[in-house]
Design a protein around this ligand. Structure first.
Ligand code: FA5
Length: 343
């Protein structure tokens, strides 16, 4: 029995040397330690071994079985490493200098138009600022003269956080900080994402964008406001656009206006886009309320100014012809990418 074990061990040593692939290795494994393999068959004859030799022979059989298992496992790993290495060697090298396909995504039309508007206002001497998305109740409401009782503070419109702060409902939330930072002679534009707890439909989102602007100086007038608005619209629509001012109401401006523009699609003749009125409501605005200036440390006796809060998604929709505001927050690249060259 001991001799058989030794011979099998030698035979295994010989045979494993000739194995060159995983298939041969599996065949060798089955030949020795498979259910009907030669090492397993040794166990059948174990009962014929004399009692005094059983322990020693048993240990030798186990040692052989373990040796076969370990060597098969080691070679298996070695063969698989070799295979991988050969595959890698046969593959072409990755060339990091090759140009990538640039059409993997597209700029959102909002991004493109915002850049155009920002460039335009920069050319008119404006500084561009950013606002926070989480704001204090003071910045969002109190500092801009929104009374405690104003319905906009209700849960329906505002996302209140547990700590009493809010998701900014309007870019106006940054006004106080901006006026404090830039002082009484300033022109600042501050685009930003706003949030309102509203029912969503084709023209209302709970997450939307506004572009707000303020100009403060001595002797600022409504004519100045109209001039800047017309310049902006000319830049966006690449042609002169007439505007009209209707009375509006905002706690932070006095007087307040709703600025309408001649429908840029039909030129004022009346079409579906402007509900056949020839006008489109575009931009709430007004002269900054003295209380807002005072709260920002600016003397309203000496300085005045105007502010506007453009509903930016609406403007993008007019410019692109997109009929559903929700598509601007979506990820339909096919839909959104078509505007890259058209805006
Ligand atoms: C305001 O938010 C004022 N802060 C604007 C302002 C600034 C007035 C400075 C005067 C001076 P209003 O709530 O009307 O105003 O919103 C302004 C614009 O944001 C709207 O005309 C509309 O185009 C857009 N807007 C408001 N709510 C939504 C919404 N849920 N989805 C999409 N756009 C919205």
């Amino acid at each position: 029995m001991k001799e058989r074990i030794e011979n099998l061990s030698k035979l295994f040593d010989q045979k494993i040397k000739d194995v060159t692939d995983e298939k041969q290795l599996e065949e060798l494994r089955l030949e020795f330690i498979g259910k009907k393999g030669s090492v397993s068959l040794l166990m059948n004859d174990f009962r014929n071994v004399s009692n005094d030799q059983k322990r020693e022979v048993g240990m030798l059989v186990n040692a052989l079985k373990q040796k076969v298992e370990t060597e098969v496992e080691n070679l298996k790993q070695k063969l698989s490493d070799q295979k991988l290495e050969n595959e890698l060697k046969s593959q072409k090298r990755f060339d990091f200098t090759m140009p990538v396909n640039p059409k993997t995504g597209a700029l959102n039309p909002r991004t493109i138009l915002q850049k155009q508007i920002v460039d335009l206002f920069v050319s008119m001497g404006f500084i561009i600022e950013d606002g926070n998305e989480i704001e204090t109740e003071y910045n969002n409401f109190d500092s801009v003269n929104v009374p405690r009782s104003h319905p906009a503070r209700d849960m329906q419109d505002t996302f209140w956080l547990d700590n009493g702060e809010v998701l900014k409902t309007q870019t106006t939330a940054a006004q106080n900080r901006i006026l404090r930072t830039h002082g009484p002679k300033c022109r600042v534009l501050f685009p930003g994402r706003c949030f309102r707890n509203e029912e969503i439909d084709a023209t209302h989102e709970n997450t939307f964008f506004q572009i707000e602007g303020v100009v403060v100086d001595e002797n600022v007038s409504v004519s100045n406001l109209i001039y800047f608005m017309k310049e902006m619209l000319k830049g966006v629509f690449k042609k002169d656009v007439n505007v009209r001012m209707r009375p509006g109401f905002f706690p932070f401006t006095e007087p307040s206006f709703e600025l309408d523009a001649t429908c840029p699609i039909c030129g004022g003749k009346g079409c579906n886009a402007c509900s056949h009125t020839g006008w489109m409501e575009l931009c709430p605005c007004g002269m900054i309320h003295p209380n807002v200036l005072k709260e920002a440390g600016i003397d309203p006796e000496k300085y005045n100014g105007f502010a506007f809060g453009l509903g930016f998604d609406r403007l993008v929709m007019i410019k692109t012809g997109l009929e559903d505001i929700r598509s601007l927050n979506g990820a339909n690249i096919k839909l959104l990418s078509q505007f890259e060259t058209k805006i």
